[in-house]
Design a protein around this ligand. Structure first.
Ligand code: BGC
Length: 437
């Protein structure tokens, strides 16, 4: 295992974006100062969040943001990816908070990179309704109108794939629906919202726009054609369903026929050109033919009726979350995207990469990040145009249905006292950034 005294990392290009990511619902707290979110409703239902916790206080970043910006400055990142809470923006005075945060970041020399939707939406809205896409465009216009004089780099959506799958197909995240394939309109309406958001941002003068999609290599469980077909289907869901409408203006494998509305017209909106493409990478997935039984994957129950089953990746270290550590999967993923999409793929930014481990002397996290940065550099050397890398996450935070049990932060948070304590990985990343200049 690499330690904090490992070999220096290879050099990344000048102008590379080095950052960390967070999201509003996971860190802000101050829930009483905004309208209710779908996640407030979900967490209030018994049994939804494993430790029974809520994000009402979380890291209390809403009140402690100056301390958190000082941590960013101390780390030496040149960019910070955070999200604006849609329910907060819709509440009186809500945008004032982001105004203050952006000012604080600019004063510290850290470039603000807001995500406009990271899964927390006003509780009365529903992605099954087409109109939600238009409401999102209004939200985006309000944020861009207020912050666009200082924010130049924008992210429309975070992981619409996970929000569709976990929130609407499998019921493991808010709003907790178990619609299986009837959740497809949720995918289409988020993609439409993305396209409308790009138009709203451009209308407000933005010139540097991306999306943060989750992707990972899909490995068939065996060479058996049934396993290969199942893995191909999973690959379509995870890697193509949310990339191809955006990059190519079309749905893969006839999925467009299952989408609601005037799909051809919507695709013209969805395919508005992007300036860069964000990839959130954690691990590959091994997939086989359905086993006819319920399965378990990353704490989520996979129903028997799905046309695939998720299998274990053996012989790999696991994070505390049980996710396999496969750094070369990042090289494979990026080279695969370059081969699949050619010049339709804009420059790539890794908008999330990280792992959950306990402890302040988090040598496993250092090893994970070190190995993934080397894998990213290998993709650069193979000719993939990569422009930035954001660690998930700055702070330990509210890890959705896992509550506070999973710690992804470079900075430890004591959830009783809210005290922040930089971990060994924080110092390691700071030294990496210094060495990169
Ligand atoms: C999400 C984050 C989440 C992280 C770790 C990503 O899917 O964007 O909000 O905390 O993974 O699970």
């Amino acid at each position: 295992m690499a330690t904090d005294a490992g070999d220096p990392l290879p050099r990344f290009p000048a102008g590379f974006l080095w950052g960390v990511s967070t999201s509003a619902h996971q860190i802000e707290g101050a829930a009483e100062l905004r309208g209710p979110s779908v996640w407030d409703v979900f967490t209030a239902e018994p049994g939804r969040v494993k430790d029974g916790s809520t994000a009402a206080v979380a890291c209390d970043h809403y009140h402690r943001y100056p301390e958190d910006v000082a941590l960013l400055a101390g780390l030496g990142v040149n960019a910070y990816r955070f999200s604006v809470s849609w329910p907060r923006v819709a509440s009186p005075g809500g945008l004032d908070f982001y105004d203050r945060l952006v000012d604080e970041l600019c004063a510290a020399g850290v470039r603000p990179v807001p995500t406009l939707f990271h899964w927390d939406m006003p509780a009365h809205l529903d992605w099954l309704d087409r109109d939600t896409a238009a409401r999102f465009a209004d939200h985006v216009a309000a944020v861009a109108g207020r912050l666009g004089d200082r924010v130049t780099k924008w992210i429309t959506l975070n992981e619409p794939a996970e929000h569709t799958l976990l929130g609407h197909a499998l019921g493991a995240h808010a709003p907790g629906r178990r619609l299986l394939f009837d959740a497809l309109p949720v995918a289409h309406h988020q993609l439409l919202a993305h396209g409308l958001a790009v138009r709203a941002l451009r209308a407000a003068g933005a010139r540097d726009i991306g999306i943060a999609n989750s992707h990972g290599p899909t490995w068939p469980a065996s060479a058996d054609p049934a396993d290969v077909a199942a893995a191909g289907f999973y690959d379509t869901l995870l890697n193509r369903l949310f990339a191809e409408p955006v990059l190519l203006g079309g749905y893969p494998d006839g999925l467009g026929e299952l989408m609601p509305g005037d799909v051809a017209a919507d695709l013209r909106v969805i395919a508005e050109p992007l300036d860069w493409y964000g990839v959130n990478y954690y691990a590959p997935t091994r997939v086989g033919a359905p086993l006819g039984t319920r399965g378990e994957f990353g704490g989520v129950t996979i129903p028997a009726e799905l046309p695939f089953s998720v299998r274990e990746i053996e012989d790999r270290p696991l994070t505390d979350f049980g996710w396999p550590v496969v750094p070369e999967g990042l090289t494979e993923l990026l080279c695969g995207f370059r081969d699949r999409y050619g010049d339709r793929l804009p420059p790539v930014v890794i908008t999330e990469n990280g792992c959950s481990y306990e402890g302040l002397d988090d040598q496993e996290r250092i090893a994970y990040l070190d190995a993934h940065l080397r894998a990213l550099h290998a993709a650069l050397e193979a000719g993939v145009d990569v422009r930035g890398y954001f660690v998930w996450s700055l702070l330990d935070n509210f890890e959705w249905a896992e509550g506070y049990a999973r710690r992804f932060g470079l900075v430890h948070v004591d959830f009783d006292t809210l005290e922040r304590t930089p971990k060994a990985s924080y110092r390691w990343f700071r030294d990496v950034l210094r060495a990169q200049g």
